[in-house]
Design a protein around this ligand. Structure first.
Ligand SMILES: [Zn+2]
Length: 592
């Protein structure tokens, strides 16, 4: 055990000692051998393939993929730990090249499977057990799949195309240094350190932090915008022109196995509720004693508390809050600490932000955070550990079905955050700190629901604009329009926010990823209400959703818990919870 908890770097030893170790070479060799023997299966594939042989082929693919994920996982995690380390970046390049080759050599199986007619496919799938949904889902892509040589060319060209652009975007933007004068001292900050000031009680510091952020991104706006345009064109060329998806977002929706209609409904309900957050921003203006808040003040704290948590106390609080829900959930989270799978300290060159990466189903996930002691950092820790718990609860499924699909992927993480906030609220005696926490909860709901929904709306528009030949400046102009719709007359916008979109790595790395946050947070609000209303009897239903992992379509997993994602009322229900929270806040007499 690593108790007591201390800020540290993670260990990747559960994967490999180093990228140039004998163990790594052995893994490459064993993967090579597995792929070679898998290729022999090509001759066995036929309409009358016996079910047992079919399942044997599936398990062989799983075993090879397991090895591949371990190698790839190590490369990605080592790069995240130090994006400026040349060896890590060279290794990830080598691994990506190798993986494209691996994918191409096993590709014949999925292509054959997708091409198969419904009847033989149904016969082979009938007793596939845990692999059934994975097999079924693959066949959803039947109408969007190209021939084997075409698929191979796309894979190979992606290595030096989109993947290279993704890595360049990371390498370029993680190198940025932000300069700001604080208390008479000129500081050089990472983006994470800079954005701490976005939540500072001093309005001048908040403004200067944003101005510096978008000074740097804005100077690079044209070049980052050009990278975005290239990625957007690549997405359309491939998904719409070659694969015949009806729209760019539709390709993401099918990957998520969420019907287009559900995503449209979700985004429409969000647009209708933009007024709810505008109401919230007007309330914030009253607390700040101003006519109207500026965009700089969206995350301004209402109380002047500068509450800080030390790391050990934060870790304990998170684990305790999980334990109060279910001791088993807490002990799963504890494994992440105990096995040194948590990179918590702030380091130059380390990837900013936070994530949880589950490499394979039977190894404890890795979690990266940049802990600085703010209440936010504690919430982020709970969030990422929630992800880890989700993966660990679903570990009994196959390598292909344990990973929950994107829209459900944020369930345990946001639920974890809410359990933590409840605990903090219950234990905090200072009225100012409590009030600040409630405001923070709505701040965070804004950041995960409305902000992300408007990013998705922007992406939808940007993908059309690029198609029509829009320049980076045109895209920036459209972004300002998007912000004006979102904030109405409740927030003063300054011009530098036109470059905000080039600073959002999700829209570069995973087009249309962002609506999964909106989906997940609204879903969790609704689930949390059920938990509050039902108590103990809710827990097994919730744990069942999590332990289903990705072994079923999200609509079906949720339907079993009594949730209908097709209905606008369901999504509105999430906003109603929020409106209730807002009523509470508006009832507090404004003091300054
Ligand atoms: Zn998350």
């Amino acid at each position: 055990m690593t108790l007591p908890y201390t800020l540290s770097r993670w260990s990747l030893a559960d994967l490999f000692p180093t990228h140039d170790s004998a163990e790594m070479q052995a893994a490459f060799d064993s993967l090579e051998a597995r792929v070679s023997s898998f290729e022999v299966n090509r001759a066995r594939l036929s309409l009358d393939l016996p079910v047992a042989e079919f399942m044997d082929i599936v398990r062989q693919l799983e075993a090879a993929s397991y090895q591949a994920y371990r190698i790839y996982g190590f490369a990605q995690l080592a790069f995240a730990a130090d994006t400026q380390d040349q060896a890590a970046s060279a290794f990830i390049g080598r691994v990506e090249q190798f993986m494209a080759g691996f994918q191409n050599r096993v590709l014949f199986f999925s292509l054959w499977w997708k091409e198969l007619d419904a009847e033989p496919a149904a016969r082979l799938m009938a007793n596939a057990g845990d692999y059934r949904y994975w097999l079924e889902e693959m066949r959803h892509f039947k109408p969007h799949t190209l021939s084997e040589p075409e698929e191979k060319i796309i894979n190979i060209k992606d290595v030096t195309g989109v993947s290279a652009l993704h890595n360049l975007y990371d390498a370029i933007t993680n190198r940025y240094v932000f300069k700001m004068e604080v208390d008479g001292e000129m500081k050089e900050l990472t983006r994470g350190e800079l954005m701490v000031y976005a939540r500072h009680h001093d309005p001048d510091l908040r403004a200067r932090a944003y101005q510096e952020l978008y000074r740097v991104y804005g100077e690079e706006g044209p070049i980052l915008g050009q990278m975005y345009q290239t990625l957007v064109r690549d997405w359309r060329n491939e998904q719409v022109d070659l694969r015949h998806f009806s729209s760019p977002i539709s390709a993401r929706n099918l990957i998520n196995d969420i019907p287009d209609q559900v995503v449209d409904t979700l985004l429409e309900v969000c647009q209708r509720n933009a007024v709810l957050f505008q109401r919230y921003f007007r309330l914030k203006a009253r607390w700040q004693g101003v006519e109207r808040i500026r965009r700089y003040d969206v995350y301004a704290p209402v109380a002047k508390s500068e509450k800080r948590y030390d790391y050990a106390a934060a870790a304990k609080m998170v684990l305790d809050s999980f334990g109060e829900f279910d001791p088993n959930v807490a002990s799963l989270a504890e494994c992440v600490f105990a096995e040194d799978h948590l990179d918590s300290e702030v380091r130059k060159g380390k990837l900013g932000g936070a994530f949880c990466h589950t490499v394979v189903n039977d190894v404890t996930p890795w979690v990266l955070v940049n802990f600085q002691g703010r209440p936010d950092d504690v919430a982020t820790l709970a969030h990422e550990l929630g992800h880890a718990i989700h993966a660990m609860l679903a570990a009994q499924h196959s390598l292909f079905t344990f990973h929950s699909c994107l829209p459900l992927a944020e369930t345990a993480s946001t639920f974890g955050e809410m359990m933590l906030i409840d605990k903090l609220l219950a234990e905090e005696t200072d009225a100012g700190v409590r009030r600040d926490m409630l405001f923070r909860q709505v701040d965070d709901a804004y950041a995960t629901i409305m902000r992300q929904a408007f990013f998705a709306l922007y992406e939808r528009q940007a993908h059309e604009l690029v198609q029509q030949g829009a320049t980076a400046d045109d895209l920036a102009g459209a972004y300002m329009e998007n912000l004006r719709t979102q904030f109405g007359d409740a927030v003063d916008l300054s011009d530098e926010f036109r470059w905000e979109w080039v600073s959002i790595s999700h829209i570069y790395q995973v087009p249309f990823y962002v609506y999964a946050y909106t989906f997940g947070q609204l879903l969790v609000f609704s689930l949390y209400q059920q938990y509050k209303a039902e108590g103990e009897s809710f827990k097994p239903r919730y744990l069942k959703i999590l332990s289903a992992g990705g072994s079923e379509a999200p609509a079906r997993i949720l339907a079993e818990a009594g949730i209908d994602i097709y209905s606008a009322e369901f999504w509105q229900g999430g906003f109603d919870v929020l409106a209730g929270l807002l009523d509470q806040l508006e009832a507090i007499p404004v003091t300054r």
